[in-house]
Design a protein around this ligand. Sequence first.
Ligand code: ATP
Ligand code: MG
Length: 188
Amino acid sequence: MDDVYGKREEKSLKLKNGLVQVYHGNGKGKSTAAFGLAFRAAGQGLMVCIIQFMKASVEESGEAKAVASTGNIDLYRFGRSFIEYPRPSSEEVAREVSEGLKFAEKAVTSGKYSLVILDEINVAIHLKVAEVEDVIRVVIAKNPEVEMVLTGRYPPVEIIDIADLVTEMKMVKHPFDRGVKARKGIDY
Ligand code: ATP
Ligand code: MG
């Protein structure tokens, strides 16, 4: 058996046909799926940009720690979470998210990245700190060879319409409902 462990694609790979994916729904796995895809893409030599919106900085997540030691993946964050203390105002968060979308537009047009993930952007729209039109503008602006992933609950119909692939994570059971708290390494 070939030893595949530790092998890295040396050449930077490019996609020909970048599509738009959406992971939404009330079940666990949206961000996990997006980071799993990032890991797969990076392993094949694609350059990946992950932009997380409104991520609470309570404790550094496992995925952020892992990305730091993985080549080909750049991770950025824009917009404070409303669970932070002191609670930021909607106007402040909207400004930060807007900066993030400007940054995202650069990422999808720069030619540097083949996969650009906007994690929790659907939630930002839902909470009215991002305009759906601004997100759609980024999607339309993307280079054809860029694959985009938009994650988060409650995407508006415009986001579903513009996507090529939509997956809804449906909660069938979640241990949170019987009092199991978020577990380090599994939930963050
Ligand atoms: P994950 O990051 O684990 O893939 P997610 O992106 O699908 O989860 P989010 O809506 O971003 O889900 O939720 C953020 C946090 O809430 C994560 O720690 C996740 O494990 C947890 N979570 C997800 N779905 C549920 C649920 N149905 N009930 C309770 N907690 C959940
Ligand atoms: Mg998530």
